[in-house]
Structure formats: C-alpha cells, structure tokens
Design a protein around this ligand. Structure first.
Ligand code: CO
Length: 209
C-alpha cells in the first residue's frame, strides 16, 4: 500500500471539488497559464503561497527557497524571474518573507549549521548593512522581526536589480515589485511600504539602509 495513500485521496477530493465549481477548470489551465503574479517566498511549510492569498492554480507563479532570497548569481531564481517577466509577462512580483523565519534566525546565531551557512551569509550581509538600526533595538524578538522585514526589503532591491526587470521597465512595461511579510501567528499578510514600479525608485530601497 502506498505510503502516500492519504495524500492521493486528498488530491482526488480536491480535484473533484474544483471540477464541481467549474467543470472546465483543468481543461482551461492545461491550455495555458497566464498568472499576473510572481511570488518569491520562503520554503517554510507554514507559508503556502496560493493558500494564504486565496489563489487558485494558474494565478500565481511561485519560487520558494530558504528565507525568500534573491541572490544575484542564483541561476534557479534568476531563471524563474526571467520566465515570469519575459514569457508570462507578470505584472507584479511579490517577495514574501515571514516572521519567525528559521533561516533568518539561523543567520543571527553564532553556532555552525553546515552548508546552509553559505546561503545564510547573505542575510548576515543584510544585518551588517543595517547594523546601526540593530544597535538601538535591544529586544531579541524585535531584532528578529526587523531582520525578517529588512531581508524582504533587500530582496525587493535585488529583484529590481535583475537585468530582466530593468529591461522590462526600459521597454515601458508595467511591472511592480512588492515586499510583503506574513505572520504565522495569525495568518495575516502585511505589505511593507517598498513597492517599486520603475528604476528611478530603486534608490529608495537602499536609502533604508
Ligand atoms: Co522562513
């Protein structure tokens, strides 16, 4: 008996529920995907992209990794952004972080975690860029929360710095890059005030450093 039996049963029930609402739903999706949003989020199981914004299959193009990072040389993430911007022509890119992020927490610790420390080094850079702010914040929880937010803001800047996003703006395309943060405690998604809709606004992100 398959160890995934319960998952397959849930899948059948889910597909049947969708078909009940719209019998042609999967037929239409098979024909094409035309999402308006690219979601770049954390791999954390408690932050399921589609579910928390109530979106159906086909509505969100998703990339997730540990601590919702956009690294300038990460071919995986860059390929997703290129496809989303150049082929799917999404109108919005959302970087979504979350409070209580294990990746951000690990980056704040002094103990070693192995290979992942190389990935988390980028979050330590964010901490370093903002160290003046952290001198003032004494409460450990507040510092943790703030680094989760600043990490999102940094990644919004990194999305805006990609060649594909810059090219889209250059050619006059409408494309907004947003930063959001999700609270696992209450399920609420909050937009950080860092939406960028053109290259002239990029510096406002870096002014926050
Ligand atoms: Co996380």
């Amino acid at each position: 008996m398959s160890e995934l039996k319960h998952l397959l049963a849930k899948n059948r029930a889910w597909a049947a529920g969708i078909k009940q609402e719209d019998p042609d739903f999967f037929k239409k999706l098979f024909a094409q995907q035309a999402p308006e949003y690219l979601w770049i989020g954390c791999a954390d199981s408690r932050v399921p992209a589609n579910q928390i914004v109530g979106m159906l299959p086909g509505e969100l193009f998703v990339h997730r990794n540990i601590a919702n990072m956009v690294i300038h040389s990460d071919l995986n993430c860059l390929s997703v952004i290129q496809y989303a911007v150049e082929v799917l022509a999404v109108k919005h890119i959302i970087v979504c972080g979350h409070y209580g992020c294990g990746g951000v927490k690990a980056a704040m610790e002094t103990e070693e975690h192995g290979l992942i420390d190389n990935w988390l080094g980028h979050i330590r850079d964010v901490y370093r860029f903002h160290r003046q702010e952290f001198y003032v914040l004494q409460d450990a929880e507040e510092r943790f929360d703030r680094l989760c937010e600043l990490n999102v803001i940094e990644q919004v800047g990194n999305v805006c710095s990609t060649t594909f996003v810059k090219q889209a703006w250059k050619s006059g395309r409408q494309l907004s890059v947003h930063g959001c943060i999700y609270s696992i405690k209450d399920g609420i998604l909050t937009e950080l005030d860092v939406t960028i809709t053109g290259p002239e606004q990029i510096s406002s992100i870096y002014r926050q450093k």
